[in-house]
Design a protein around this ligand. Structure first.
Ligand code: ADP
Ligand code: MG
Length: 242
């Protein structure tokens, strides 16, 4: 069964359609990238999955459950998603350890000792063990974003949503964040990500989706999208970014 299914999803803002009948399926362990010009609807799509936006038509299913049903348990859905945005969004007044253990403890009811043990394990795995007691402003941008990813991982999400997680970083810090995403893929994490790093996108994605004005114009394996795209619009976009 697929982890996530979008069926004919439409989203309008002020009478303007930003998503126009999106169909998409994400299978277990699949990495799906959304590419497209600024304003094409990539973030809105992720926000609909996370129920930060309500869809105007169509349906979204997470593990077979319709999450666009108005009666859905929104917190229960979000518990199964790990979300990381472009801006780091760490709580500035809390240590790295507290940032990571907050949701497991408060939302998932994991006892403090176990939450911390798991947090230390994740920090060690991603080379940040010495930073457990640091505050966000004592970390580089790349380290902060790695902590934000670890924090999302700490609740063992079914699906990770990563929205331009390297866009706010200086170029020399991008690689360390891409490295952690690559490792997540190797560990089998199911992910949807948006990125401007086309080399990385090509390298890591199982499926690449090109959005154009809210339409999912074309999707396929990276070799196909990057070397023989079907649509002139896709070729144009790739020419502009590669
Ligand atoms: P992308 O992430 O691909 O750059 P977005 O999903 O952020 O694109 O935006 C798609 C379109 O929706 C843009 O035209 C944007 O201005 C519009 N939009 C996004 N969020 C809102 C909102 N909350 N209110 C009105 N318009 C919005
Ligand atoms: Mg965006």
């Amino acid at each position: 069964m697929s982890v996530l299914t979008l069926e004919g999803v439409w989203k309008n803002f002020h009478g303007h359609s930003v998503l126009r009948g999106i169909d998409l399926e994400v299978r277990p362990h699949e990495v799906v990238s959304l590419i497209g010009a600024s304003g094409s609807g990539k973030s809105t799509l992720l926000r609909c999955v996370n129920l930060l936006e309500t869809v105007d038509d169509g349906a979204i299913y997470l593990d077979g459950e319709e999450i666009t049903d108005p009666r859905v348990d929104v917190d229960g859905v979000r518990k199964r998603l790990g979300i990381v945005f472009q801006a780091f969004n760490l709580f500035p007044h809390m240590t790295v350890l507290d940032n990571i253990t907050l949701a497991p403890r408060q939302v998932h009811g994991v006892p403090k000792a176990r939450a911390e043990e798991e947090a230390y394990g994740l920090l060690a795995r991603f080379g940040l063990a010495q930073k457990a007691n640091a505050y966000p402003d004592q970390l580089s941008g790349g380290q902060q974003q790695r902590v934000a990813i670890i924090r999302a991982l700490a609740t063992q999400p079914r699906l990770m949503l990563l929205d331009e997680v390297t866009s706010a970083l200086d170029p020399e810090l991008v690689l360390e964040v891409l490295g952690i995403i690559r490792e997540l893929k190797e560990s089998g994490m199911t992910m949807i990500l948006t990125t401007h790093e086309m080399g990385f996108c090509r390298d890591i994605s199982d499926t690449v989706c090109f959005l154009d004005g809210g339409v999912l114009l074309e999707k396929g394996p990276p070799e196909q999208i990057f070397t023989e795209p079907e649509h002139a619009r896709t070729r144009e976009f790739l020419r502009s970014v590669l």
